[in-house]
Design a protein around this ligand. Structure first.
Ligand code: 5GP
Ligand code: MG
Length: 387
């Protein structure tokens, strides 16, 4: 369904209506009925206290336009209405920031002014408005806001009338926008919280990473993104990115991180409504780990854990030599080559282990034992982080 360029769709998972604005998804948070009821209560108080004072309602644009309309139409006394926008510009020399109210078309001296705000967050906006109103010599000024975030508010200025207190989340709808969109939504939505499980899977050569990735992918319905497969797919199908990547490879150069991350982005965005991903073969560097974090954040999710299979070097060497006897893979036949590959693995992953340890996201899992035993250990980690 499409509404003025806003995408609205029903999520398969929780059956709720999601709204996408630009790059972000939002889920229903406060219903139209709840908002209306909050406004009715506010209107009742404002009527009781200001019916006979002929107040000036000062609606703060843009966000407060809907709320102001609903509140003011319920006011039963005489009143005047002025919509204004706060404008801040840098002053010269020592004056600092200069704030003005654009659109203020009437003198406010000696008047009762009721400031109508959509939402009070840090209170910066409100403080500037209050300063201007004092300079205008109003008789008194009162603040009425539809939404208020107590956890974010840092100012001493009292907020006289609050429709609803909300947690410190980013909301849209009912006048409030995200980068210009969403003001026309009839109810309030909040940023969708991710319930994805996104694993970065690591393991030295011979640890059984491929086997476990295949099992976990089935068990948790995750999408397995192996950088090697993604590269082969893009090159084989001569996609724009594949062709670009190949041009570097043909010259014997490393494919730049941006190209790789763009391929991964395409894979992630294909399944962003799914349960999550297993990243395999990526990231290899801190720069790539940061790029992955950014890519996932753009899609309102994150890496849940780096899971590394831990296997003793001697066990790996024996396993790979065994495998070399039957697989005929030349890099599995030579003990020295095997030891070098294991060393390279530890050199590469040490820094990533630190990267994820710092975020409390590193999980080392004993990779010795039967396939079932190892799956069991991995599942314990996944079940823990899913909670
Ligand atoms: P404050 O100056 O109190 O930090 O923020 C006030 C302004 O920030 C609001 O008028 C609104 O434009 C914007 N704002 C604060 N919190 C939110 C929010 O959760 N959603 C949206 N859309 N805008 C917000
Ligand atoms: Mg505002």
């Amino acid at each position: 369904m499409s509404l003025n360029g806003i995408r609205i769709f029903v999520s398969q998972k929780n059956n709720s209506v999601l709204v996408q604005l630009h790059d972000l998804k939002f889920t229903p948070f406060i219903s139209e009925a709840e908002i209306t009821s909050a406004i009715e209560q506010l209107a009742q108080k404002i009527n009781e206290e200001y019916r006979d004072e002929k107040p000036v309602f000062l609606g703060i644009l843009n966000g407060a336009f809907l709320f102001a309309a609903e509140l003011i139409k319920r006011f039963e006394g005489d009143c005047e209405v002025n919509f204004v926008k706060l404008s801040s510009y840098e002053g010269t020399g020592t004056t600092g920031n200069v704030d003005t109210l654009l659109g203020l078309t009437q003198p406010l001296e000696g008047r009762t002014v009721i400031v109508i705000e959509d939402i009070v967050d840090t209170g910066n906006t409100l403080e500037s408005i209050d300063r201007i109103l004092k300079a205008e010599k109003v008789k008194k000024s009162k603040i009425v806001t539809l939404f208020y975030k107590p956890e974010a508010y840092k100012k001493p200025l009292p907020i006289d009338y609050v429709g609803m207190e909300i947690p410190n989340d980013f909301i849209v709808g009912y006048g409030l926008d995200y980068d210009g969109l969403g003001r026309n939504l009839r109810q309030v939505y909040k940023l969708k919280e991710s319930n994805m499980t996104n694993l970065v899977l690591f393991g030295p050569p011979g640890a059984g990473k491929g086997t476990q990735a295949t099992i976990l992918k089935e068990k948790y319905q995750l999408k397995h993104i192996s950088t090697g497969d993604v590269f082969r797919y893009n090159i084989k199908n001569a996609t724009e990115l594949g062709t670009l990547a190949k041009s570097y490879m043909d010259k014997g150069q490393l494919v730049p991180d941006e190209v790789t991350i763009d391929m991964l982005r395409a894979e992630v965005e294909k399944d962003i409504e799914g349960n999550g991903f297993i990243f395999d073969g990526f990231p290899r560097t801190v720069a790539q780990a940061e790029a992955l974090a950014e890519l996932l954040q753009e899609n309102d999710t994150e890496v849940s854990a780096m899971v590394a299979l831990e296997v003793d070097d001697e066990v790996l060497v024996q396993r790979l030599l065994e495998r070399g006897k039957t697989s005929g893979r030349p890099d599995d036949a030579n003990e020295e080559v095997i030891r070098k590959r294991i060393r390279v693995y530890y050199e590469e992953t040490a820094i990533l282990k630190q990267f994820y340890l710092k975020q409390d996201k590193y999980y080392g899992v004993d990779g010795e034992g039967t396939i079932t035993e190892i799956t069991q250990r991995l599942s314990e980690v996944i079940d823990r982080i899913k909670k």
